[in-house]
Ligand binder design. Structure first.
Ligand code: BGC
Length: 670
C-alpha cells in the first residue's frame, strides 16, 4: 500500500504475499456474478486488500441492462466528427458514468478496422482506416481512463465478421496484419496507454486469438511493448496451457480453463509458476497504475448516472457526427416556411438510434425525429406524418408539402452480419415513391455503416445521421434546420453496388469452409477503390457543409534529418455560416515499395466563422513512409521519392509535394 512505489514494485511485493490459489483467483472471472449488474466479475481478496474487478460493456453508454445511463451516439458517429478531442470527451463521459455505476474495467472501445462493410459491429468501431482508427482509439481510451475505469481495447486481432464468429478463421499474411489490422491496437497501447486488451473469438491463420503466440507474444509484447493484461472475449478461451503459454492473462467470464484446470497444470508442470506470476503481475500492475488500490470507488449499479451535462454532450456529439452527403440546390437547411412531410417508421415509432448486442444501452429516453422536428418547427408550422407502411399514403403526404423528409434506418447488431448493403424492408421503394411525388425530397439515414442508394439521383439531399443515441430527433432537427452546420466526414467508403466492395467474393466474406481469405491484402477500404480504379458512391473522408471553404498556401516542412513532416494549409470560410472543415493528408509511397496508393497519414479539423481564415497544421509521422518486410519480420524505411497529397477527401486532393527519403545514413532532401 505504499503509494510512493512504482506500480511494478507494488505488484511484485503483493505477488510475493499471494498463495497459488489467490493468484489463480485473479486470472479468471466468476459466474454467476455475486453482485447486481456487470458482465464480468473477479472477486476481491480481503486478506490482501485486492479490490474486486467489475467489468461492464459500454461502447455508447453503460450496457448490460443498466438503467439511468446516457445513450451516446454510436462510436462510428462520434468518429465521423474527425475530432480526437470529441472522442476524448466521449470516453470521459462513458468512463465517468461507468465509474459511478461501480465499473472499474470498461469493455471498450472497439478499435478494429472495418474490413467487410456488412460487418454487424461496424457501428461499434471507427471506420476503415488503420491510422484513423488509431488516432480515435488513443483519444477515447485516454478519456475513459482519465475518469477512473481501466479501458479495454477490443477485439484483438482479426475480428471482422459476425458470421461464424466463434470459429471463423482469418487467413491473412503477416504484412497485412502489421500494416492494416495491428495499427489501431498499436496506437491504443502506445498513445492510449490502454490497460487491457480483449482477444477475439476468431482464429488467425488457424490459431485461436487467445492462444496465438504471434498475436499475444510477438506483436503485443515484443513489438508494441504492451505492459497491460489480456483478457479473453466471453468464451473465447479454448485451452489452459496453450493459452497461458501464449500470453492470455485472464479468462472471461468463468473458470473453465483458468480455474481448477490451471491449478492442475501448475502442479503437473504444464504451466510454470513463473508464467502464472507473469500473468498476475500484468493484472496487478495495471490495477496499481490506475489507482484501484488507492481510490475508493463508491459507485453502484443502481446509481442514476445520466446527468443533464451528459445529455447535452450526447446531443453535441450526435450533431458533430452527421455527414451531409448530397445537397442539390441547397435543399438543406430547410426553408423557413411551408409544410413539411415527415415519412418513415424510423421517424416515429421505430427510430433506429443504436446498434444491438453487448453494446446495447437501455436509453433513458429517445427523442424521435418526429418529436424533434415538431418541437424545433414550432406550433405554427404545418407537419404531416406518414409511417411509410403504405406507399400511396406516403406519396399523398409528400405531394402536398413544400418538402418531404424521408427517414430510413438499417439496424445492425453483434452476432450477425447484414445480409446485404440495401436498406431493409420497403424503404428503397418508399424513398422512390416519395421522390416521385415531391421533387423536393430529403433523405435522412440512420445506419451503422454504408448502404446502397438506388434512388440517389432522384432526391435533393441526403444526410447520414448514423445511430445518434437518445438525442436522435433533436440532433437531426438542429442540422436539418441549420442551427448546426454539418461537419462530419465519412470514415468508410460507400460503394455503388453490392459487389463493388473490397470483400465481394465468398472466399473473402463470409468465407468458405470456415476460412475467410484476406486476398485483398493491403487493399482495405478506399485503398481498394483506387487500386481497382473504381469510384465509390461516396468516398472515404467526404462530407459537405452549409458553408464553403477555400484552401490555399500549402506548405510542407520536415524536421531536419528525419521523415517527420508538418503540412500546413490556410483554410478560409468563404460562406455565410460558421462551419468546420477537415483537412486530410494522404501519403503515397514509391511503386517499388509495393504499397497501395494513397493512405491517410494526417488530418486536422478547423472551425471557422464566416470570413475567417486559419492555418490547419497536420503532423505526419515517419511511419507513413515505412513498409513491413515480412521476410525479415520487421519494419524498414526504403529510400525513394514519396508524395504527400492534401485536400478535403480521399478523392479531392488539390495539393501535393514530393519528399525524398534518404538511404539509411544519408540526409533526406525535398
Ligand atoms: C462480445 C464482447 C463483450 C462481451 C461481454 C462478447 O460477446 O464480443 O464485446 O464485451 O461479450 O458482454
Amino acid at each position: 500500500m505504499r503509494r510512493g512505489l512504482a506500480p511494478q514494485r507494488r505488484a511484485e511485493l503483493l505477488l510475493h504475499a499471494m498463495t497459488l490459489a489467490e493468484k489463480i483467483a485473479l486470472l479468471h472471472g466468476v459466474q454467476p456474478i455475486p453482485v447486481k449488474g456487470y458482465v464480468g466479475y473477479v472477486p476481491g481478496n480481503a486478506r490482501l486488500g485486492i479490490p474486486a474487478l467489475r467489468l461492464a460493456d459500454g461502447r455508447a453508454g453503460v450496457g448490460n441492462g443498466a438503467r439511468q445511463a446516457t445513450l451516446l451516439p454510436a462510436p462510428l458517429s462520434a468518429a465521423s466528427s474527425w475530432d480526437p478531442s470529441l472522442l476524448y470527451a466521449y470516453g470521459r463521459v462513458l468512463g465517468q458514468e461507468e465509474w459511478e455505476k461501480g465499473t472499474n474495467v470498461f469493455l471498450g472501445p472497439t478499435v478494429d478496422v472495418v474490413r467487410v462493410p456488412e460487418w454487424g459491429r461496424t457501428f461499434e468501431t471507427y471506420g476503415e482506416d488503420p491510422y484513423f482508427n488509431g488516432r480515435m482509439a488513443a483519444a477515447e481510451i485516454r478519456g475513459v481512463e482519465s475518469a477512473g475505469p481501466i479501458a479495454d481495447a477490443n477485439m484483438y486481432l482479426t475480428m471482422h465478421q459476425e458470421t461464424n464468429r466463434f470459429k471463423a478463421n482469418s487467413v491473412v499474411d503477416e504484412r497485412t496484419l502489421e500494416e492494416i489490422y495491428l495499427p489501431p491496437f498499436r496506437a491504443a497501447v502506445r498513445a492510449g496507454k490502454v490497460g487491457t486488451l480483449m482477444c477475439a473469438y476468431v482464429k488467425t491463420n488457424g490459431i485461436y486469438s487467445c492462444e496465438n503466440p504471434l498475436l499475444l507474444q510477438t506483436f503485443l509484447r515484443r513489438q508494441l511493448g504492451f505492459r497491460g493484461w489480456v483478457m479473453s472475449d466471453w468464451g473465447a478461451t479454448h485451452s489452459t496451457a496453450a493459452s497461458a503459454r501464449a500470453g492470455l492473462d485472464q479468462e472471461m467470464p468463468g473458470s473453465r480453463y483458468y480455474g481448477a484446470a490451471l491449478q492442475r497444470a501448475v502442479e503437473t508442470g504444464a504451466v510454470t509458476m513463473a508464467e502464472v506470476n507473469a500473468h498476475v503481475l500484468d493484472i496487478l500492475r495495471v490495477m496499481f497504475r490506475q489507482g484501484l488500490f488507492d481510490r475508493r470507488q463508491s459507485g453502484n449499479w443502481m446509481a442514476k448516472v445520466d446527468t443533464a451535462a451528459d445529455a447535452h454532450f450526447a446531443l453535441r456529439a450526435a450533431e458533430a457526427g452527421m455527414v451531409l452527403l448530397k445537397n442539390q440546390g441547397a435543399a438543406l437547411p430547410l426553408a423557413a416556411t411551408g409544410a413539411i412531410a415527415i415519412i418513415g417508421a424510423d421517424a416515429g415509432r421505430q427510430p433506429v438510434v443504436e446498434g444491438g448486442g453487448s453494446s446495447y444501452v437501455i436509453p433513458p429516453y429517445v427523442v424521435s425525429p418526429l418529436a424533434g422536428i415538431r418541437s424545433r418547427a414550432g406550433a405554427g408550422r404545418k407537419l404531416v406524418y406518414a409511417d411509410g407502411g403504405n406507399l400511396q399514403a406516403a406519396a399523398r403526404a409528400a405531394r402536398g408539402a413544400q418538402v418531404a423528409v424521408v427517414f430510413a434506418g438499417a439496424p445492425e447488431s453483434e452476432g450477425a452480419d447484414r445480409p446485404n448493403l440495401r436498406l431493409p424492408g420497403n424503404q428503397d421503394a418508399l424513398i422512390a415513391a416519395v421522390a416521385a411525388a415531391n421533387p423536393n425530397t430529403v433523405v435522412v439515414l440512420n445506419t451503422g455503416g454504408p448502404v446502397l442508394m438506388p434512388w440517389l439521383g432522384r432526391v435533393r439531399a441526403v444526410l447520414e445521421a448514423w445511430y445518434p443515441g437518445q438525442e436522435d430527433g433533436r440532433a437531426i432537427a438542429a442540422v436539418l434546420f441549420g442551427d448546426r452546420n454539418p461537419e462530419g466526414r465519412l470514415t468508410l467508403s460507400f460503394p455503388r453496388t453490392e459487389n463493388g466492395v473490397p470483400t465481394a467474393s465468398r472466399r473473402q466474406w463470409p468465407g468458405i469452409a470456415g476460412n475467410s481469405y484476406y486476398s485483398e491484402k493491403l487493399e482495405a477500404g478506399y485503398r481498394w477503390y483506387e487500386a481497382q480504379k473504381r469510384k465509390p458512391l461516396f468516398p472515404f473522408g467526404y462530407g459537405l457543409s452549409y458553408t464553403t471553404f477555400k484552401l490555399s498556401r500549402f506548405r510542407l516542412r520536415r524536421r531536419p534529418g528525419t521523415m517527420r513532416l508538418t503540412a500546413r494549409v490556410s483554410v478560409a470560410n468563404t460562406g455565410r455560416r460558421a462551419g468546420s472543415e477537415v483537412v486530410e493528408a494522404y501519403c503515397r509511397q514509391p511503386a517499388s515499395n509495393g504499397e497501395p496508393g494513397r493512405q491517410l497519414c494526417g488530418f486536422a479539423k478547423v472551425r471557422l466563422r464566416p470570413g475567417e481564415t486559419k492555418t490547419a497544421r497536420l503532423a505526419i509521422n515517419p511511419r507513413a513512409f515505412m513498409v513491413y518486410d515480412a521476410a525479415r519480420h520487421g519494419w524498414k524505411s526504403p529510400a525513394g521519392r514519396y508524395r504527400v497529397e492534401v485536400g478535403t477527401s480521399s478523392q479531392a486532393l488539390p495539393f501535393a509535394a514530393a519528399v525524398t527519403a534518404p538511404r539509411p545514413g544519408g540526409r533526406p532532401r525535398g
